[in-house]
Design a protein around this ligand. Sequence first.
Ligand code: AMP
Ligand code: GLY
Length: 427
Amino acid sequence: MKILIVGGGGREHALAWKVAQSNSVDMVYVAPGNAGTLNEKKITNIEINAEDIDALKKFAEKEAIELTIIGPEVPLVAGIVDQFQEAGLCCFGPTRAASMLEGSKSFCKDFLKKFHIPTAEYEIFTEVDSAINYIKSRTMPVVIKADGLAAGKGVVIAHSEDEAIKTINDMLSGNKFGNAGHRIVIEEFLEGEEVSYIVISDGKNVLPLATSQDHKARDDGDIGPNTGGMGAYSPAPVADSVIQQRILEEIILPTIKGMQSEGRTYTGFLYAGVMVTDDGVPKVLEFNCRFGDPETQPIMMRLKTDLVSLCLATFDDTLNECHIDWDERPAVGVVLASSGYPLSASKGDIINGLDSNFPSHTKAFHAGTSMMDGKIVTAGGRVLCITALGNTVGEAKKNAYDAISGINYNGMFFRNDIGYRAIQRES
Ligand code: AMP
Ligand code: GLY
């Protein structure tokens, strides 16, 4: 069977690497992929941008691709699944209507309210004056979110009224986030610990994957600007079996049922960013209509079941018969970034140390990398995600950082404390 993976980040390298391990798979194409996917067995990069839906569809038709898996949110929100379906192609992911859970934060919040799914209190605004009046009635901090897709940068936690007012002006009357920011959600700040809870859905049934936790802030100790994610580990002990059951029953299942009743049947990966509040209540921070990056990397390291069979089960109505096997060992993934990230990304720096043989418990997943004159060079903000298994989170972390000590490039930086919350619990 031939598979197409759409995207070129660390998530897509991990998905392609896992899919290529399936006995039923002859070739995995990645569009556009990176230097990591280029150098894997049974994986071929194709030079098509992840947002060029027409070209992707033509490629899938010409190559008789039997399953396409979409990595990033932009093509999903633009309707790639609908277009593939119209062409009779099997495409794993939510339709454009279902992707609105991520594509519009105001849609998502109104949906959650309608179906009584726990989330932070909020109001939606398009006018500066009414947004500022609302701020004046709230205690700080408040969370201000651009409605549309903003590549992980559209959320501001405002600690003072002045900061809140500046953010409102930047989004609603300025053009900081373009159209995505011309409608905003202002919501209550929730305190607690976050967990990424990702499931596979066929529209009616869901199959939960292992839990994980991302580290969104750039610097050690969770300070500095938010990024797409500086590292992640799986499983996340904050979500014990009781919390996991509550997330499933109080968040995921009502969402799948609610989306079906709204005529927006949800299929594909559904990622709930959940805050487990200090009093132990799971509340939705956001939904993503795709797998997480970098959560995919540690989760794929632990997945023993054939990912292709799980995706295909959503098309032939057999998802409720599927069972997933996990490596019991935790996995930790540490992102190596390039200088300037998340504001900018330096490119073209030669990466040394990737040709050494890592132990079998460690894998270097590539993100922003490409080949130049036969050498692997940086090509984006997040460059690599070094991911390792270990008998404890502490050991997995040590394995990952041991591998990192042999890698270097100009401007390389990373966090030193990935997994710290789980490690604190271990000691
Ligand atoms: P989002 O893209 O909505 O998940 O927001 C990005 C990050 O901002 C989340 O992962 C949280 O760390 C933080 N965040 C978002 N909403 C809230 C909230 N209501 N309370 C506290 N932190 C939040
Ligand atoms: N790691 C956060 C995300 O994928 O949105």
